[in-house]
Design a protein around this ligand. Sequence first.
Ligand SMILES: [Zn+2]
Length: 58
Amino acid sequence: MEKVIKCRDVGFDCDGVIRAKTEEEALKLAAAHAKAAHGLEDVTPEVVKKIKSVMTEE
Ligand SMILES: [Zn+2]
């Protein structure tokens, strides 16, 4: 099983999909992607909560 975050589900108009072995890694990759691809400066607790809420396992 992998943690999967679809960027679109977080609220961005983006087909990016983040996959990682652990939730911690997935959150880290999602934060890096949001910064690099979407110019998100601060990954706030609200953003983390949103990311966690859309995270699935495949
Ligand atoms: Zn994205």
